[in-house]
Design a protein around this ligand. Structure first.
Ligand code: GSH
Length: 329
């Protein structure tokens, strides 16, 4: 774990001294958009036209943010258009590495051994964290974006003319509601588990852990009467929640001490998790052993021995019975 300062790698852990023990996630810095015609997106500069074979994703199978992009690559039929390199599960003194170990691959583009080398190729003076996912442009040799929330929005529409995909996970009439729900779920669940897990004071931990469960309780109620978060349509909000739920019982309960309840204890959330997991192609994007190895093995301040727990037993393939909530067509 470390950061780049003016293009030079430094091995340092998150500093929570200035924030009363609270973990603060830094904003992503590469914010361009791939669009159908190469026109600029909501942020950044233009010139990134959707083309087959032009873009490459760097992901970790462990990372919930990177996982979103793999799910959208799958659901939007982009696997033949966008290639992928997978970092090794452990993130230690060199940050994310590409040694082709334990389910990771090599760097298919440059043979780089560490992800920070890719950031330096994009910007020799880059200062900041070196995070996954990264969407790389082979044509101009730079990073288009390292913000998963925006990469999935690009994937949702930009390549439709090439793939013929009509699935829309951010439909115009639901955007306001999706954005509002995303905001709460991001703050208290997706990032909330990290804020609890990386807290270095009792107060910071307690406050953030409680908020995780306030939101999970609310979501479990919401899912009692509707199949998905926004009703009978599956949207981006569901996939953003999914990547945290699928890691929750295996990692966040133990490693991040989010242990007031398990997802398995929530009747609706656990069935909903199975429902999403069983959608064609999704199970292939989930690697629980890789996920456990990353978290328990990489965060030595939380788990100094690096021992990976044997359990829990998970069964995302159980019949979920949620079809009964879908409206009759
Ligand atoms: N806002 C970013 C966050 C990405 C992120 O923080 N990824 C983590 C892995 S789960 C990472 O690469 N951390 C490395 C670090 O912070 O040094 C996104 O959603 O794309």
């Amino acid at each position: 774990m470390g950061i780049l300062v003016d293009g030079v790698w430094h091995d340092v852990w998150y500093d929570t001294k200035g924030t009363k023990g609270h973990f603060k996630r830094a904003a992503s810095q590469f914010r361009n958009w791939v669009t159908a015609d190469g026109s600029p997106g909501p942020t950044g500069t233009g010139g990134f036209k959707a083309e087959a074979g032009r873009y490459h994703l760097y992901v970790s199978l462990a990372c919930p943010w990177a996982h979103r992009t793999l799910i959208f690559r799958k659901l939007k039929k982009l696997e033949d258009l966008i290639s992928v390199s997978i970092v090794d599960p452990l993130m230690l003194e060199n940050g994310w590495e590409l040694n082709g170990k334990d389910g990771g691959t090599s760097d298919h583009l440059f043979g780089a051994k560490a992800l920070w080398e890719i950031y330096v190729k994009a910007d020799p003076h880059y200062s900041g964290r070196v995070t996954v996912p990264v969407l790389w442009d082979k044509q101009t040799g730079t990073i288009v974006s390292n913000e998963s929330a925006e990469i999935i929005r690009m994937f949702n529409t930009a390549f439709d003319g090439l793939t013929g995909s009509k699935a829309d996970f951010y439909p115009a009439d639901l955007r306001g509601e999706i954005d509002a729900l995303n905001e709460r779920i991001y703050d208290t669940v997706n990032n909330g588990v990290y804020k609890a897990g990386f807290a270095t004071t009792q107060e910071a931990y307690a406050e953030n852990a409680l908020r995780v469960f306030e939101t999970l309780d609310m979501l479990d109620d919401r899912l009692a009467t509707q199949r998905y978060l926004l009703g009978d349509r599956l949207t981006e909000a569901d996939w953003r929640l999914f990547t945290t739920l699928v890691r929750f019982d295996a990692v966040y309960v133990g490693h991040f001490k989010c242990n007031i309840r398990r997802i398995a204890d929530y009747a609706n959330l656990s069935a909903y998790l199975g429902d999403l997991y069983q959608i064609a192609g999704i199970a292939e994007t989930v690697d629980i052993e890789h996920i456990k190895k990353h978290y328990y093995g990489s965060h030595k301040t939380i788990n100094p021995t690096g021992i990976v727990p044997a359990g829990p037993k998970l069964d995302f393939d159980r019949p979920h019975g949620r079809e009964r909530l879908a409206k009759a067509a």
